[in-house]
Write a protein that binds this ligand. Structure first.
Ligand code: URA
Length: 311
């Protein structure tokens, strides 16, 4: 699909100028008013200011790779994409009748921390990481999905926030929305514990820079396998921890691009499936939250989610 440039670096996907996007204001919750003024406390307020112009919804998908924001936007009915300073990218649009957003986090916990700080200040309260991962079990195929409901905190960054015993746990609502979306779409998926490393190579038991063999990395790799950890990736534990410390909801779905037991690499359509699962999870959460509000219940129950068609 061709991208048409708009003002301020915005790019429009979806129908041409004659076709108006669906008016979803008033139907779906929009983001809360900006809680604090943009300051230079992360050294650059331009990113926050640009994000503030997008009118992002409460629910945001978080891919690591900025190119995946475009892959997501292609799956939506309407999308605006904006490039942000330092290689971050954001999109806002509509999917299945709900307001949806995506913002790239780049690689690892420190860059996720910076963009999350901006998003928290914009009042966004539900985050879904849509990433890629390496599986630690030989029966998990490349192209399949892993939904982590918890992740071992080997990211480095979160130890500077809270003691290591504090759990990196997902929101049960977001996890259920992801599992329900993946199951309904017919995707092959697992739910379980992952491990989030501050390193792609040595920290995940691979030979490091210049072939360096880290004893610590090899030990961690063996320990994670023995602990029934499903996968290694680089952002989930930081997202879960920072969201939980702030009282916000987070979940994670990753496509398996490497199998660490068999040595296999490959996408096999998994990235597209993860993006689709994330969007479907946001659609569910939007409808379920609406129902929770109308029924005055604080958290998701079986009555909230069924049947979805009447939400
Ligand atoms: N991302 C990771 O962090 N590790 C992998 O093996 C694949 C993707």
């Amino acid at each position: 699909m061709a991208l048409r440039p708009l003002a301020h670096g915005l790019t429009r996907f979806g129908p041409g100028p004659g076709l108006r996007p669906p008016d979803i204001r008033g139907v779906f919750p929009m983001n809360a008013p900006v809680r604090t003024k943009a300051t230079a406390d992360t050294g650059d307020s331009r990113r926050h200011d640009l994000l503030a112009t997008l009118n992002l919804p409460r629910y945001v998908l978080l891919p690591g790779d900025p190119d995946r924001v475009k892959v997501m936007a292609e799956q939506w009915q309407e999308a605006h994409v904006v490039d942000l300073p330092r290689g971050y990218r954001a999109a806002v649009g509509s999917y299945g009748g709900v307001h949806i957003g995506a913002v790239s986090t780049s690689i690892g916990a420190p860059s996720l921390e910076i963009i999350l700080h901006d998003l928290f200040r914009l009042g966004i309260d539900t985050f879904i990481r849509v990433g890629t991962t390496g599986a630690l079990r030989d029966d998990i195929k490349t192209g399949s999905l892993i939904i982590n409901d918890a992740s071992v905190r080997l990211d480095g960054t979160t130890n500077l926030y809270v003691r290591p015993e504090y759990p990196a746990a997902a929101s049960h609502e977001v996890t259920f929305a992801l599992a329900d979306a993946a199951a309904t779409l017919g995707h092959d998926y697992r739910v379980g514990t992952g491990a989030t490393s501050g390193s792609f190579l040595a920290g995940q038991g691979r030979p490091g820079v210049n072939g360096h063999k880290s004893l610590e990395g090899e030990r961690i790799f063996e320990e994670m396998k023995r602990a029934e950890v499903l996968n290694f990736e680089m952002e989930t534990a930081a997202l879960f921890t920072l969201a939980r410390l702030s009282g916000l909801r987070a979940g994670s779905v990753c496509s398996v691009i490497a199998n660490r037991m068999t040595g296999e690499w490959g996408d096999n359509g998994g990235i597209l499936r993860a993006c689709q699962t994330g969007a479907e999870a946001i659609r569910r959460l939007t409808l379920w939250d609406k129902r929770k509000t109308s029924e005055g219940v604080a958290s998701l129950t079986a009555a909230t989610v069924s049947p979805l068609g009447q939400a």
